[in-house]
Design a protein around this ligand. Structure first.
Ligand code: BF8
Ligand code: SF4
Length: 646
């Protein structure tokens, strides 16, 4: 692969060259030889029964007259594309929500004091969450004089009630998923009127699998309706609970400094990469990597210390809460190993390429799987199962394996020099505090700056890397174009890491990249123009920030009234589709790059791209060119400003 066509990141380019020299194949090479299927790309390949796969590509010269394409059973391209689309929502919502379930289980174990390894750390957040869960935080007791007095309940009792209620959201069969009720009132009413309020998190995902089975739901609009329920259950349910409970267990993020890119690894240290998504594991590895006994062992093995660095969203989690470094985003996972300096890569779930097992074999790296849901057959992967009841012990075993592997390095490692500084950790609580100005703890000053036009609007730019497009290029162009036009950017996931590597997550970036209005706001407050809000489950923080903006007043009654837009310039995972869809049904115009598997079904595409706006006030769009991508977002922001009379 041509390293300069593959990525705009110098560290990545350098390691692609090293991989070539070492004769190690990576995803960048396979992207040249393995081409995607043009029918699947259009969304019109159905393999939901064994009479297929039925493949319905758009004819080369387009549809003339009536579209007569249909599968053996008569399924139209619209039915097929819509079924495929909401199955992606199901996959994504399941991934986020099953992660959330794991957090809820551990949370409950901590609340019931069944484990010593996790405790209730952020009681302020616990009380916030208890409020929306309707869990009482105080009780009436009889005082000495016989008078009734209010008494605070024990924190762990509150946490137990919160944990039980949270865990019940997955299996709930009727009613409404509780965290959803934090949405603006107008949005909740709309969802009730449209009958898309999610009943239970698991239920909505299962219903997608039922409806998309052969011969069930055959109306693309009705299919999307179920997709909407499940997506809401993800963003405002499973993901939101994951974020909230993680904050209670590990602390709500507040601004902290960090470093990013492959250059955070150190040649003379044991390098452990934690890769995946769940902070339950990575938080314990953080503790284990500071264990005096293990540090001593590292020294005995000839290392100067232990570097613990993250990869993918688990990196965002430990960065936000501890300022620990990030080695890279999704497309850098093989390349971290190619440095020859990674003594162990520890993975849990999601976004782990099976090929890391093969690349690890070319070096000395131990690849360690930890989750019973996610084993890897390839290579020489070892499995050290991580159990929340013996969390620290398991984590120590993992770190020990890395240390013992340090002397086995086969050649002199080559670690790129690149690393950037960044300021991260902008939870919606932190945004409130920092933009609050003299009104500390309020979104009013942010709204004022939007109303007076210093800030033109807000964009959420998120999502993955994708080997079908130049690594990080789309992310950076879209974000820089928005900044130039005074649009403040909220970021999560692999976009946040792209921004970090390019120096956009620093207060100094305001002067360099922003229009005069946005630069002034950022410089006054001392924040970066791109606010890193966390991992992909933390997109729920963006939803809550948008709700806070609505509540602060002056910008309409609902998220769909706000001058905001969403974007995933380099998306690849099913999770991104679930996120995109909950942004859309929350009222946000959302543009994806790379491609969307809807183009082979024109009526369905029109439904997503145009007709949804009349229903939800938000809609999908696809724009491959990153400049045009940003322009469309700004155009939508201007449309909303105009409607508000700004
Ligand atoms: O959960 S942004 S490539 S790491 S899917 Fe994966 Fe995409 Fe990265 Fe995060 Ni999110
Ligand atoms: Fe073909 Fe219909 Fe079966 Fe799909 S469900 S594979 S369109 S026959």
């Amino acid at each position: 692969a041509d390293p300069y066509a593959a990525s705009v990141d110098p560290a990545t380019q350098q390691m692609i060259i090293k991989a070539h020299n070492d004769e190690v194949e990576t995803i960048f090479d396979r992207a040249l030889t393995l081409k995607p299927c043009n029918i699947g790309e259009q969304g019109t390949c159905c393999k939901n029964c064994s009479q297929g796969p039925c493949r319905l590509p758009l004819p080369k010269k387009g549809i003339e007259g009536k579209d007569t394409r249909m599968g053996l059973c008569g399924a139209t391209p619209e039915t097929i594309a819509a079924r495929n689309f909401i199955r992606m929502v199901a996959g994504g919502a399941a991934a986020h929500s099953d992660h959330g379930r794991g957090v809820a289980e551990t949370f409950l174990a901590a609340a019931r004091k069944e484990t010593d390894d996790y405790t209730i750390k952020d009681t302020e957040k616990l009380l916030e969450v208890a409020k929306y869960c309707n869990v009482p935080t105080s009780v009436m007791v009889e005082g000495e004089d016989g008078q009734k007095v209010q008494e605070d309940r024990d924190i762990y009792d509150i946490a137990t009630d919160v944990g039980e209620l949270a865990l019940a959201q997955w299996g709930q069969q009727e009613g409404e998923v509780v965290p959803v009720l934090q949405a603006p009132e107008a949005r909740i009413q709309l969802w009730r009127d449209l009958d898309v309020m999610p009943r239970g998190i698991d239920r909505e995902i299962v219903e997608i699998m039922h409806r998309t089975h052969m011969g069930v739901d055959q109306d693309y609009r009705n299919l999307i309706k179920q997709g909407s329920r499940a997506a809401i259950a993800d963003g405002w349910g499973g993901s939101m609970l994951a974020t909230d409970l993680q904050d209670i267990l590990f602390g709500t993020p507040y601004p902290v400094q960090g470093e990013i890119n492959l250059g955070v690894m150190k040649e003379d240290h044991v390098n452990v990469i934690v890769h995946g998504h769940e902070p339950l594991l990575s938080e314990m590895i953080v503790v284990a990597s500071q264990d005096p006994e293990l540090l001593k062992l590292a020294e005995e093995k000839g290392a100067k210390g232990i570097v613990l660095a993250g990869m993918c969203c688990t990196a965002n989690e430990i960065l936000m809460r501890h300022g620990l470094p990030i080695a890279g985003n999704y497309l850098q996972q093989e390349l971290a190993i190619v440095t020859g300096a990674v003594d162990a890569m520890v993975v849990d779930v999601q976004c782990i390429m099976e090929s890391v097992a093969n690349v690890a074999m070319c070096y000395h790296t131990k690849l360690i799987t930890t989750n019973p849901r996610a084993m890897i057959e390839s290579g020489e992967t070892i499995h050290i199962e991580f159990d929340e009841h013996s969390a620290l012990e398991d984590a120590k075993k993992i770190v020990r394996t890395a240390i013992e592997n340090f002397p086995n390095r086969r050649a002199q490692p080559i670690i790129p020099n690149e690393k950037e500084q960044m300021v991260v950790g902008f939870s919606q609580e932190a945004v409130k505090y920092h933009l609050g100005g003299t009104f500390r703890g309020s979104y009013v000053p942010l709204n004022d700056n939007i109303i007076n036009g210093r800030i033109r609007g807000i964009a959420g730019v998120v999502g993955c890397n994708n080997a079908r497009t130049t690594h990080d290029e789309g992310h950076l162009i879209v974000v820089k174009e928005l900044l130039k036009n005074d649009v403040i950017v909220l970021t999560t996931g692999c976009n946040a890491m792209a921004c970090g590597k390019a120096g956009l997550l620093t207060p100094e970036a305001a002067k360099v990249y922003c229009g005069a209005g946005l630069a002034e706001v950022c410089e006054t407050v001392g924040i970066p123009p791109v606010l890193h809000m966390g991992s992909c489950v933390d997109n729920s923080r963006i939803l809550l920030a948008a709700s806070e903006v609505v509540k602060a007043g002056g910008l309409g009654k609902d998220i769909s009234d706000l001058p905001v837009a969403g974007s995933a310039p380099e998306w690849m995972s099913e999770k991104a589709i679930s996120i995109g869809h909950y942004f859309v049904v929350s009222g946000v115009y959302t543009v994806f790059g790379v491609g969307l598997p809807v183009t082979g079904a024109p009526r369905f595409q029109k439904y997503l791209f145009e007709e949804l706006e009349d229903i939800y006030g938000g809609m999908w769009d696809l724009e491959v060119d990153p400049y045009e991508h940003a322009r469309k977002m700004i155009q939508h922001i201007d449309k909303k400003r105009k409607a508000l009379g700004l």
